[in-house]
Design a protein around this ligand. Structure first.
Ligand SMILES: Nc1ncnc2c1ncn2[C@@H]1O[C@H](COP(=O)(O)OP(=O)(O)OP(=O)(O)O)[C@@H](O)[C@H]1O
Ligand SMILES: [Mg+2]
Length: 341
């Protein structure tokens, strides 16, 4: 299950994604945490020391190697250099599975012990690093988008992405890559204005979007969010002493999080899990092709000097039963999960 936390700067994306990640880890549900926000704070929110978090291997800096791996022997992709962040997988591409080892998770992932369980942590890295040796047209989050587009995840395994609600995710199509998007909103006009903008983008693409109120102090706050977001308001979190203790560097046991926050996390989990029934791999694949063609026409073809539309494999549909390069290599004539074009 691919879950995004988005929202205005400072709304509590990192805090709520880290609580949700802890909740999953405590229940021994496999979870991969991805820090794709401009401000990289997820590692620290998951209990790493600042130095440990700063030393995490950055996905953004490993983009060339990630491309080489994901490309596999897909003949439609002429070279790893001609892969852009929206290049979709096709026959011969390597797919990522959360429960299987692969060089991407192996080189970039770090296991973090959490609440009796573990989480795998991936980070995009800061701005400066990704500029080194990587063509300028790849945004920082390009590696995450590529990974999501090559990921076949099942119901009881989670990818939780802490990201901004910025224009970059709308242009690239990144915002369509999730089974559920939690929009974190404080009970303020600015908080809900981001929700309105997001909803507008989300509407055309059938995005599962729910609002999670944060730093909510009383009935009036809830009422305000309800009036603005209506049925989209899923649940709310109050001001949390547990979170503040963590911020002070004096973490408290998970069991002391409090009943209300525990219930709210349970509500997030139920909403995320219920989204599985609405998953539609064909639509998912079509959307990634749609955004790839858009990016190809608007800048990609020109930058790479290649007709990027030719990278699209019309017979390919990503799905949990889709094969990777290994399977395709064994049976070269059969596209993984081939469907009539
Ligand atoms: N429910 C809460 N209770 C107490 N403090 C909170 C709560 N939610 C967030 N905070 C605090 O508010 C601040 C901003 O939260 P956070 O860093 O999670 O926001 P963000 O949306 O990720 O911000 P940025 O856009 O900078 O990444 C932090 O100091 C955090 O500890
Ligand atoms: Mg943050």
């Amino acid at each position: 299950m691919k879950i995004a936390f988005v929202g205005k700067g400072g709304s509590g994306k990192t805090t709520l994604s880290s609580l949700f990640i802890r909740y999953l880890a405590a229940r021994r549900i496999p979870v991969t945490a991805v820090d794709a926000d401009i401000n990289q704070h997820l590692g620290v929110a998951l209990g790493l020391a600042e130095e440990e978090a700063a030393a995490l291997p950055a996905l953004g800096a490993r983009l060339p190697a990630i491309k080489r791996y994901l490309r596999g022997d897909n003949p439609r992709i002429l070279s790893p250099e001609s892969m852009i962040k929206t290049t979709p997988p096709g026959a011969g591409s390597r797919l990522l599975r959360l429960g299987e080892g692969n060089p991407v998770f192996g080189d970039c992932g770090r296991e973090v012990a959490l609440e009796g369980g573990t989480a795998r942590l991936l980070v995009t890295g800061g701005f400066a690093e990704e500029d080194l040796g990587v063509a300028c047209y790849h945004s920082k989050t390009g590696a995450v988008e590529l990974c999501l587009n090559h990921l076949v995840d099942g119901r009881d395994e989670y990818v939780v992405v802490d990201m901004t609600a910025g224009s970059d995710s709308f242009a690239s199509g990144m915002f369509t890559r999730f089974d559920m998007t939690f929009l974190v909103a404080e009970p303020t006009r600015k908080g809900v204005s981001v929700y309105r903008q997001y909803k507008e983008y989300a509407r055309d693409f059938g995005i599962g979007l729910r609002v999670v109120g944060n730093k909510v102090q009383g009935a009036e706050d809830v009422e305000f969010l309800r009036a603005e977001a209506g049925e989209d308001l899923l649940t709310t979190f109050g001001d949390s002493d547990w979170v503040r203790a963590l911020e002070r560097g004096r973490p408290r046991p998970w069991g002391e999080l409090g009943a209300a926050a525990g219930r709210a996390l349970g509500t997030l989990y139920e909403a995320a899990d219920a989204a599985y029934a609405r998953r539609d791999w064909e639509r998912y694949t079509q959307q990634m092709v749609h955004f790839h063609l858009r990016n190809a026409a608007s800048w990609g073809n020109e930058r790479t000097g290649v007709d990027l539309a030719a990278q699209v494999d019309p017979a390919f549909v990503l799905s949990e039963s889709a094969g990777g390069a290994a399977g395709a290599g064994a049976e070269p004539d059969r596209a993984p999960s081939a469907q009539p074009a």
